[in-house]
Design a protein around this ligand. Structure first.
Ligand SMILES: [Zn+2]
Length: 197
């Protein structure tokens, strides 16, 4: 950490608790543990070098989307929240709250109501900050894209997909994600299904 890093005592919403027996951290009742950003970044970097960015990205995206969708669905059940189609985009404007609660970074959303889509602009992506000097020269925040899609899917009850169009690891000043209804087109992930490197 740099000398200018600002540090504040941890403040978490009341849906983050702890199991007193296992000591696991509970998010909406689901067990978590603290894993360093460097650890997650190393895992992803190894995967990229082993199986190529397309396949590695798809693994991270799909895993993250599935898990975070379950987690968000659980939170919605616990809070008894219901979503209507008209209110959906407004509710998705809460995305930065969840992303920052999980420690993924800070962000803001820009809503495109006509196309039922959202742009998420993120600063300090936990994974891009770790990988920006690795020379990948491409977006690397597949985990975040999956998380954003998973949260949206849990809220909407229908399929959402998310692609990263700007990334700190690609030399951009911030990361940017496009979220829209529907499935992820394979071509957007550069032949990920075929493991193209
Ligand atoms: Zn990024």
């Amino acid at each position: 950490m740099g000398g200018n890093t600002k540090v504040k005592k941890l403040e978490l919403p009341d849906f983050v608790t702890r199991n007193t027996d296992t000591r696991h951290i509970l998010v909406g009742g689901m067990p978590h543990s603290l894993i360093g950003n460097g650890m997650a970044a190393d895992l992803f970097a190894h995967l990229i070098r082993t199986i190529g960015p397309g396949m590695a990205g798809r693994f991270f995206y799909d895993s993250s989307k599935e898990y975070i969708c379950d987690l968000q669905s659980n939170l919605i059940r616990l809070h008894g929240t219901t979503f209507t189609e008209e209110k959906l985009l407004d509710n998705l404007s809460n995305l930065p709250f969840y992303l920052s609660t999980y420690g993924y970074g800070t962000g803001e959303v820009v809503i495109d109501a006509e196309n039922k889509s959202l742009l998420v602009k993120m600063q300090n992506s936990f994974i891009a900050e770790e990988l920006k000097d690795e020379g990948f020269d491409k977006p690397v925040c597949y985990y975040l894209a999956g998380a954003i899609a998973g949260i949206a899917e849990a809220c909407a009850g229908t399929e959402y997909s998310c692609i990263e169009t700007k990334c700190i690891a690609n030399g951009d000043p911030h990361c940017e994600f496009e979220l829209s209804p529907g499935s992820l087109s394979d071509k957007l992930y550069n032949g990920a299904k075929n493991g193209v490197k």
